[in-house]
Design a protein around this ligand. Structure first.
Ligand code: CO
Length: 216
């Protein structure tokens, strides 16, 4: 309970500081949110979306789950994507993975962690799909990093394949999906060169991103 009181105290100090910097901040934000970006990232506490790109509350619409996975039947994630694109009218969707992802590492171990193993099965599928490319990387750390990258690339494709993105593109809306990876080791984001703004770009973007060298 003491720990929670500490959080509430910090919240009051933060709200006071924010209001002092900009007296209209909360009243303006309470009227509407107009984020330009949808961020789909990992739940990892070290990868807080708004903070690592140095933006303010109200600027990024966020969905996070373990290992930033987009599953075609995940109503939670699909609802976020639909609301972001159709109601908030965001023009950029960023799928952001990170090196040192516990979810990716766990997927490679033959250890049981419970229910989550079923979720991590999606990462194992990515691992199997790229087994040949991954096996060619002899250093284990680099191999895991590459799997983190490949997972982002795969999940970008999944976002593109959703009915929501397909419908938006068929209506001619300007909407692009991007793949980034964050390093918890230096605090920097790296662009995986996966930028897709229409079905016609999907194949060439994917080919280039997959062929890309380890961006470490
Ligand atoms: Co993670």
């Amino acid at each position: 309970m003491e720990n929670l009181k500490y959080l509430l105290k910090r919240n009051r100090a933060w709200a006071a500081r924010t209001s002092a910097n900009d007296p209209n901040f909360f009243s303006a934000l309470s009227r509407q949110q107009t984020p330009k970006y949808l961020w789909i990232g990992c739940s990892d506490s070290r990868v807080p979306a708004t903070q690592i790109v140095d933006l303010l509350p109200g600027e990024i619409f966020v969905h996070r789950n373990v290992a930033n996975i987009i599953v075609h039947t995940d109503l939670n994630c699909l609802s976020v994507i639909q609301y972001a694109i159709e109601v908030l009218k965001v023009k950029y969707v960023i799928v952001c993975g990170h090196y040192g992802c516990g979810g990716v590492q766990a997927a490679l171990q033959n250890q049981r962690h419970g229910l989550i193993d079923n979720w991590l099965r999606h990462i194992q599928d990515v691992h199997e799909k790229y087994r040949k490319q991954l096996q060619a990387i002899t250093n284990e750390t680099d191999r895991i990093k590459r799997l983190c990258e490949l997972n982002v690339i795969e999940q970008v494709i999944h976002v593109c394949q959703t009915t929501i993105v397909q419908d938006a593109w068929s209506r001619g809306l300007p909407l692009s999906i991007h793949g980034w990876i964050y390093s918890i080791f230096d605090g920097l984001l790296r662009d995986l060169n996966m930028h897709v703004s229409g079905n016609e770009e999907l194949e060439s973007c994917y080919g280039k991103a997959i062929a890309g060298i380890l961006t470490v």
